[in-house]
Design a protein. Structure first.
Length: 162
């Protein structure tokens, strides 16, 4: 493969943003997924997000883990869309830093990703609520610093050493 084809291949990577949503405010969730989608898109990634199709759902101040009735946000639609996006992504970026509740959705996404042999990056501090052998072993790489994780993701798309 010549150098140009390799660069084109690197630029065609996709990433799925997994992470805690339940219990967080609408603003926290919106800001996080908007900012990370933009940042990774600007790097050249195709970004998949669990917030796809959920922009106008909010009637409460925090996200609940189930019970939505709009067609794009039924439990069935969320489960299947997120599973489909995990399957499409090359990389799973799972940010569990400062989680309020255990993210069952993120744990499902990690299990799917592991089974599909995706490259899994987990960000969580020591003694995080998700600290468990299964979660730790699911990760290809675990970062305790978000900036280090972002630098690593950037190095993947540009094919450079960090």
């Amino acid at each position: 493969m010549n150098e140009m084809n390799e660069l084109e291949l690197l630029k065609s990577l996709s990433i799925y943003l997994a992470g805690s949503i339940s219990g967080k405010t609408v603003e926290e969730v919106r800001d996080y997924f908007t900012n990370f989608t933009k940042m990774f898109s600007d790097m050249g990634y195709q970004v998949y997000s669990p917030m796809t199709g959920k922009g106008n759902l909010r009637v409460s101040k925090t996200y609940d883990p189930l019970g939505y009735t709009l067609p794009v946000a039924t439990d069935h639609a969320i489960f299947n869309r997120d599973r489909w996006m995990v399957g499409k992504a090359d990389i799973i970026f799972c940010n569990l830093f400062n989680s309020i509740h255990v993210s069952i959705g993120s744990m499902m996404e990690l299990a799917w990703a592991r089974e599909l042999r995706k490259h899994i990056i987990i960000v969580m501090e020591e003694r995080n609520i998700h600290e468990h052998a299964f979660v730790i072993e699911c990760a290809d790489i675990r970062f305790t610093d978000i900036d280090d994780a972002i630098s690593y993701v950037e190095s993947l798309i540009y094919g450079v050493q960090i």
